[in-house]
Write a protein that binds this ligand. Structure first.
Ligand SMILES: NC(=O)C1=CN([C@@H]2O[C@H](COP(=O)(O)OP(=O)(O)OC[C@H]3O[C@@H](n4cnc5c(N)ncnc54)[C@H](O)[C@@H]3O)[C@@H](O)[C@H]2O)C=CC1
Ligand SMILES: N[C@@H](CC=O)C(=O)O
Ligand code: NA
Length: 431
């Protein structure tokens, strides 16, 4: 057998500790598949004395400073599982690549912001920069887009890309539990980012979508052009109305080529309950890719947590151990070509709108007039019960229109005296 592939692991949190455990538990099968053993030779974490539930052999060299480890450790690969788009994580990755060491990272924030420049550095140094764990956790979606679908022109990639949000939305729907309480549970399970606002405000899903867009359309990563909304405003009331109307609420990332350029958007969506993606629940993620020859293909699996993420990091390590190399974003960096960003106002589709209104005559007429003036037509309306003079929900679904028309109608509706809260809009996606 060839000499072992020596790795240094920067960060021993959920993912780092999960990786050390996986490499120990599955050492035999991994060595057989790689043609060589994969050996953890160095680690760096902030607290050496912390019990992480995994044994770190005495032979492993500990570094106080992860950047020093990246600069000096006698290894072939540096695994970066610290996190953060800048600071120490970026320093570790740049330092390792500059030495010509291959890097495996789970850090989607880093890639969404600096992916193109890091890919260039890797390419110049003949090193691999691999990141299967960075998107949709254990689902091998990076490999699917780079290799399995390499013969296709991709028109669209859509997905549930954040395990924490999907866990929250599913648990709220199934149990009626409170948002904050379920978020705390997702954090305890190791699903959430160090700063969970990245999850619930859609930023983490946007980081992942940005990477998928680059792979699917051979464009440089372009995080600044994305439209990003999270799930903070999704209430139990909306979840209940969605059920009544035959939809499920999911936080989706959608990347699509249009005549105006590339749409990249992350926001809560209502999807028909019969759509396969509507039934992807809990920490599971799913990605739907549409290729010109393959048609639609769907990938599903756990999107967060120690095991699934470690599984993806290990897959990248096995590829490197085997000597398999693919360009970081599917094509050489020089072949990545920017595409214009399609404006969000051009989005075409149906909408759900929930208003909280004072139950008094004339409200519906005023709301309808605002919609009519923007040529937005109502498909369904629900106003449960009667409570004269009190605040009640008024829910509508609206036929296909443009985002621009909806924005104007909603702005006007929001100014009506009887509308007592900002209108809540959820886009309907017929997947
Ligand atoms: N937890 C998950 O399910 C997933 C996480 N990821 C990504 O993996 C990365 C790591 O995530 P987690 O393991 O969940 O985070 P974590 O917070 O559990 O672990 C991060 C580790 O880095 C260590 N660290 C921080 N600063 C350091 C420094 N200066 N030097 C050395 N170590 C340092 C911390 O002590 C901690 O052990 C992040 O980029 C995250 O976005 C990706 C997919 C799934
Ligand atoms: N916080 C992320 C972790 C995986 O990327 C998520 O919840 O999906
Ligand atoms: Na993945």
């Amino acid at each position: 057998m060839m000499k072992s592939l020596k790795i240094a692991v920067a960060g021993l949190g959920t993912v780092g500790a999960g990786l050390v455990k996986l490499l120990a538990d599955n050492a035999g099968i991994i060595a057989a598949r790689s043609g060589r053993a994969i050996e953890v030779a160095a680690v760096s974490a902030r607290d050496r004395s912390k019990d992480r539930g995994v044994a770190i052999p005495d032979s492993v060299v500990w570094y106080e400073d992860a950047a020093v480890m990246a600069a000096e450790a006698d290894v072939d690969v540096v695994v970066e599982v610290i996190g953060g788009s800048d600071g120490i994580a970026k320093q570790v990755v740049e330092t390792a690549l500059a030495r010509g060491l291959s890097v495996v990272t789970a850090n989607k924030a880093l890639l969404a912001h600096h992916g193109t420049q890091l890919a260039k550095l890797a390419e110049d140094k003949g090193a691999a920069l691999a990141f299967e764990a960075a998107v949709a956790g254990g689902i091998p979606i990076i490999k699917a887009l780079k290799e399995g679908l390499a013969g296709n022109s991709i028109a669209q990639v859509t997905g549930i890309l954040n395990g924490t949000c999907n866990y929250i939305l599913t648990t709220m729907r199934e149990t009626g539990r409170d948002f904050a309480d379920v978020l705390a549970e997702a954090q305890a399970l190791g699903y959430a980012e160090a700063d969970p606002s990245f999850d619930i405000d859609g930023v983490d899903a946007a980081h992942k979508l940005c990477i998928l867009t680059s792979l699917a359309f051979a464009t440089p990563v372009d995080f600044q052009s994305m439209h990003v909304e999270g799930i903070r405003h999704i209430s139990a009331v909306d979840i209940e109305f969605a059920e009544k109307l035959g939809y499920r609420i999911k936080l989706l990332g959608i990347a699509r080529k249009t005549e105006l350029g590339v749409e990249q958007r992350v926001h809560p969506c209502m999807v028909p309950v019969r759509a396969p993606i509507a039934r992807v629940d809990g920490v599971f993620n799913a990605v739907v890719a549409e290729g010109d020859f393959v048609g639609r293909s769907i990938y599903e699996g756990r999107g967060a947590g120690a095991g699934p993420t470690a599984s993806a990091v290990a897959a990248d390590l096995v590829d490197i151990a085997r000597g398999c190399r693919t360009p970081t974003f599917g094509v050489p960096v020089a072949a990545l070509s920017p595409l214009p960003a399609a404006p969000m106002t051009a989005r075409q589709g149906a909408y759900y709108m929930r208003l909280m209104v004072l139950d008094r005559p004339g409200v519906l007429a005023d709301v309808s007039a605002a919609l009519r003036d923007e040529q937005v037509s109502v498909e369904q309306m629900i106003q449960p019960g009667r409570a004269p003079g009190e605040t009640v929900p008024m829910v509508m679904t609206l036929h296909d229109t443009t985002e621009a028309a909806m924005e104007r109608a909603v702005a006007r509706i929001g100014t009506l005296a009887a509308v007592v809260e900002p209108p809540r809009i959820i886009r309907i996606e017929n997947l």
